[in-house]
Design a protein around this ligand. Structure first.
Ligand SMILES: [Zn+2]
Length: 340
């Protein structure tokens, strides 16, 4: 089986030959090719080179075509800083109140900011290795885009004080996620992973998720499914309780990319075959631990070797992640993730 076949088997709860590995490692791939994160996140050719070099070096099963989290916000008009020794970030928010929401511009994925760079890199990866690897573009989800353009603090206040206004904003940002995801698949992606960092119990909380966000995710995924886009993953940072896990499963997402604070064994028990799980080695562990420790950590995650499981880091892997630790994850999947 190749990586693409393995990943698709997992999404359909069929038996792959072994558990696949699918990492969120653009930043550590930047280091691998001797470039900064900011340089890689601003150049189509360096971005493609980093993604393909990582894939060819380590032999994992899919490529996440993802840069930093500001791509959509920048395309909407947010100014973004690109520090020499850090990760790109929004400098100034563009939404304070309802009037600002009415004045927002719908970005065009084919023209605005770095969205075309993501599309082009998706196309490059698909052309180069799309027959053998799962190509999956990273698109920010509606809540993440909203948090980028207004700030996390303001978003939390709006969720509590003006939920109708936030719903209006999320309708707009959902349309951005939808159009971008559609364009990524048209460029050759097999699927899309939505970055929804703050939707966890640690940030927005399960009640707001259940009352407002779940519907937003459900509608987005339904629209994508109607448009023939089958493989959708939600990435949520931080903790998730049982009830929220069930709400997430009801969105219709194919898989959930979970962060290290989630007990993935328990979560898999709670949801059974309702969605596949991708996770969840701690990103700090991946920087500070030795390869043998990472291998052991992966071995534990792969027990029991259930269907519907993909080995990955819990979140974005930092630029300082040693390449030996990336290799240890692939080794662990080959050693301990076999079904036959
Ligand atoms: Zn995360």
């Amino acid at each position: 089986m190749n990586g693409l076949e393995r990943m698709l088997a997992v999404f359909q709860f069929e038996k792959p030959d072994r558990v696949p590995v699918f990492l969120n490692n653009t930043f550590s791939n930047a280091t691998l090719i001797g470039k900064t994160v900011s340089a890689v996140c601003q150049s189509e050719s360096l971005f493609t080179e980093a993604l393909l070099t990582g894939y060819k070096t380590f032999g994992y099963d899919g490529i996440r075509v993802g840069a930093d989290v500001t791509v959509e916000a920048e395309a909407m008009g947010c100014k973004v800083s690109f520090p020499e020794d850090g990760v790109p970030g929004v400098c100034k928010h563009i939404v304070d109140d309802e009037d600002d929401i009415d004045g927002l511009r719908m970005p065009d994925p084919y023209r605005d900011g770095r969205m075309p760079m993501i599309l082009k890199a998706t196309e490059n990866c698909a052309r180069e290795v799309g027959e053998e690897a799962f190509i999956c573009s990273l698109v920010m989800g509606p809540v993440n885009i909203a948090s980028q353009i207004m700030g996390v603090g303001n978003l939390l206040v709006m969720a509590l004080e003006d939920p109708e206004v936030l719903e209006k904003l999320l309708k707009f940002t959902s349309e951005i996620s939808f159009r971008f995801a559609k364009a990524c698949v048209a460029a050759g992606a097999h699927g899309v992973v939505f970055g929804e960092a703050i939707c966890s119990a640690s940030m927005l909380g399960p009640a707001i998720y259940q009352d407002m966000i779940q519907r937003v995710h459900q509608n987005l995924i339904r629209e994508l499914n109607i448009n023939g886009i089958k493989y959708t993953t939600l990435h949520i940072c931080g903790k998730l309780g049982d009830e929220q896990l069930k709400s997430i499963a009801d969105t219709g997402a194919t898989s959930l990319d979970v962060d290290a604070p989630v007990d993935m064994h328990h979560a898999r028990t709670v949801l059974g075959k309702r969605l596949a799980f991708i996770g969840n080695v701690g990103t700090t562990d991946l920087i500070i631990k030795k390869p043998e420790e990472i291998e052991e950590n992966c071995r534990q995650l792969l027990e029991p070797r259930d269907l519907g499981l993909v080995l990955a880091a819990g979140c974005t892997m930092g630029p300082a992640t040693p390449k030996e630790n990336v290799a240890a994850m692939v080794t662990a999947a080959r050693k301990y993730g076999r079904f036959s």
